[in-house]
Write a protein that binds this ligand. Structure first.
Ligand code: AP5
Length: 590
């Protein structure tokens, strides 16, 4: 049991025992100036038309690459009559995905009198699930067809059991999003009993809710054999038995939607989720090239394997593919938040290379992250000011946190592409109201920190006041009150400072969890990308010597220590429990 010895408690202490030998040292982005500049240069920029992107890589000359524009892959789930088919009609109209409904496929087999149909019929008519092997074969064949690969797919009514979900996982078939329509039981029964289908157009009607448009249509409508009250109850029961097991497979991409509203309103929610996903995918397919070409192939294949979180995070320096995974993850979340009109944002990411408390902290990795975010917004036509706090006392470096010393100079020397972004779309500044110019569209603040005895909050507040509704994004801020030698920070305006620091909304959070005492190996991780839930992962060793991260749970708010404990111990959620025992010391951190 995890909690049975003191060495198994979790702490967020820095890694001490990392395996430095296992990764080739490709990352020159350390504080060492001589090596970092040569690495920082290969950032490319792109001139894009709708499909093809011209990438100009300063060190390598012109390179043309086609955007992959990978299509959407969507799963929709919900109880019988929750409105899956109805929403699918609307989704297909708008997004042109290939709709694969196992219910429709099976009904087609039944009405054609095929061998599959004859087998399926008795199960369907009694409201039971058709055996997995029949349905899975049908789905995988359909998914492998060219149209589904090209246009993307919308899977409706599959998977319906844990075994079906696992079959897809084994085949590496995974959706981008798992939509669950949530409707109270009593409504479902009425919807089923009143449902009618048009055998000519395939359109779904309801005698009360969506009556047919004409007498002619009304005359030809048919009722499904499984739409009696009794059969609906049994289908509902079976759905409930399976729902939790299936959703555990997709917890990190699940979006529950209230399905007890007018269908157009429900579709609005789905539309905005899918539109955002599409945007993200497009952005991903045109992200700046930060690696050599052969690395790209390797990276994408590994990302496939990671399924959410890269492995080998204890190997320092992180490989380029791992860094790129995080740059991209942070970028997507930040873009979503800014596109949603959020203006006070913070990114907190403490992989070993970005955790200033660790001996492996690399300012170059932080700079690269900032550059990816800044250039991406600049690429959308925004004028971005990247700001580092200046010294706050007498002398050039007085009051400057050690990690930030020299950072502004590095930013100025960095390669921002040879298309003149620096000085136009990208400007470098410091933190304070004076830095806010009329033409600036947004501000990225590099690791603002309270140095002992010097508080950045006043400058920061003045800056955000001046920025008004323009986005201000803090990257790895450390704004908590530190004890000052004079004691000033603890006393004057402390509440207000803390309140202000807390006013920045998290748009990205990633934190590794460690076992206390040992600080090795990694126990798990917490990840949140705006606007999704916090995901808790457990790191698991595999017999092959590899490792993987398994999703344990998701949380609307950042999980407390008790919630983490319970999830690791497999206990049900207990919101009233206070932090206690050998895991309790973590509560201070969260
Ligand atoms: P399937 O056809 O998938 O049935 P289901 O999951 O029970 O779902 P329904 O088709 O009944 O409902 P729906 O959510 O699509 O709702 P709809 O939009 O039509 O499966 C049938 C059978 O096939 C299963 O029982 C099983 O035997 C077998 N099967 C299928 N997949 C399988 C698998 N993977 N493994 C094993 N067996 C499998 O809407 C319902 C009604 O409500 C309509 O009248 C509609 O007009 C109305 N309505 C919709 N939205 C609204 C709204 N917002 N407000 C008011 N009314 C609404």
């Amino acid at each position: 049991m995890l909690a049975s010895s003191s060495s198994t408690a979790i702490s967020l202490h820095p890694l001490a025992n990392y395996n430095a030998s296992a990764t080739p040292s490709l990352n020159p982005s350390s504080l060492s100036f001589s090596s970092s500049y040569s690495y920082l240069s290969p950032l490319s920029f792109r001139l894009h038309s709708s499909k093809t992107h011209l990438r100009i890589t300063p060190k390598k000359g012109l390179r043309v690459s086609c955007s992959t524009n990978e299509p959407l892959k969507v799963m929709i789930s919900g109880a019988p009559a929750s409105g899956k088919g109805t929403q699918c009609e609307l989704i297909v109209q708008k997004f042109g995905l290939v709709h694969i409904s196992t219910g429709d496929l099976l009904r087609a087999e039944v009405s054609s009198g095929t061998e599959i149909g004859n087998k399926a019929k008795e199960f369907m008519n009694s409201g039971r699930l058709v055996p997995d092997e029949i349905v899975t074969a049908m789905v995988t064949v359909r998914l492998s067809r060219q149209d589904a690969k090209e246009k993307g797919w919308l899977l409706d009514g599959y998977p319906r059991s844990f075994a079906q979900a696992q079959s897809l996982e084994e085949l590496n078939i995974r959706p981008d999003i798992y939509i669950v329509l949530d409707v109270p039981d009593e409504i479902l029964i009425d919807r089923c009993v009143g449902r009618r289908l048009d055998p000519v157009t395939g359109k779904i009607y309801h005698l009360k809710n969506f009556p047919p448009e004409s007498e002619e249509i009304k005359a030809r409508l048919v009722t499904r054999a499984d739409d009696t009250e009794e059969k609906v109850k049994s289908r509902l029961e079976i759905y409930k038995q399976n729902a939790a097991a299936i959703s555990s497979t997709y917890s990190s991409i699940t979006n529950k939607i209230d399905g007890n509203r007018p269908k157009e309103i429900i579709f609005k929610d789905i539309d905005s989720l899918l539109s955002q996903l599409l945007k993200d995918k497009t952005a991903k397919s045109v992200k700046p090239v930060l690696q050599t070409e052969n690395c790209l192939d390797q990276a994408s294949s590994n990302e496939e394997k990671w399924r959410g979180i890269p492995t080998r995070l204890n190997n320092i320096p992180h490989s380029r593919e791992i860094r790129n995974y995080f740059y991209d993850d942070v970028l997507q979340a930040t873009q979503r938040a800014v596109n949603d009109g959020r203006t006070r944002l913070k990114v907190e990411i403490n992989i070993p290379e970005l955790n200033p408390e660790m001996d492996v902290y690399r300012i170059g990795t932080l700079m690269e992250l900032v550059r990816v975010i800044a250039l991406s917004f600049a690429d959308d036509g925004k004028r971005v000011k990247v700001c580092v706090q200046g010294s706050m006392g007498e002398g050039a470096l007085a009051g400057m946190p050690l990690q930030l010393a020299g950072t502004r100079k590095i930013l100025e020397f960095m390669d921002w592409g040879n298309y003149g972004a620096m000085g136009t779309f990208i400007k470098i500044g410091s933190i304070g109201a004076k830095e806010v110019d009329e033409e600036d569209d947004m501000f990225i603040l590099v690791a603002p920190q309270n140095a002992v005895g010097n508080c950045i909050i006043d400058d920061l507040r003045a800056m955000t006041d001046a920025a008004g509704k323009r986005p201000v994004i803090l990257i790895n801020p450390r704004l908590k009150d530190l004890p000052g030698s004079s004691g000033i920070m603890q006393t004057m305006g402390r509440d207000k400072r803390l309140e202000y620091a807390a006013s920045f909304e998290s748009c990205y959070f990633f934190r590794l969890l460690y076992y206390a005492g040992t600080q090795y190996p990694i126990m798990g991780a917490i990840r949140m990308t705006y606007p999704y839930d916090y995901e808790l992962y457990k790191r698991v060793d595999e017999p092959s010597g590899k490792e993987k991260y398994v999703s344990l749970s998701t949380f609307k708010e950042r999980p407390t220590i008790d919630e983490i404990n319970d999830a690791f111990l497999g206990k049900p959620r207990n919101k009233d429990k206070k932090a206690s025992g050998i895991w309790g010391f973590l509560s201070g951190v969260f």
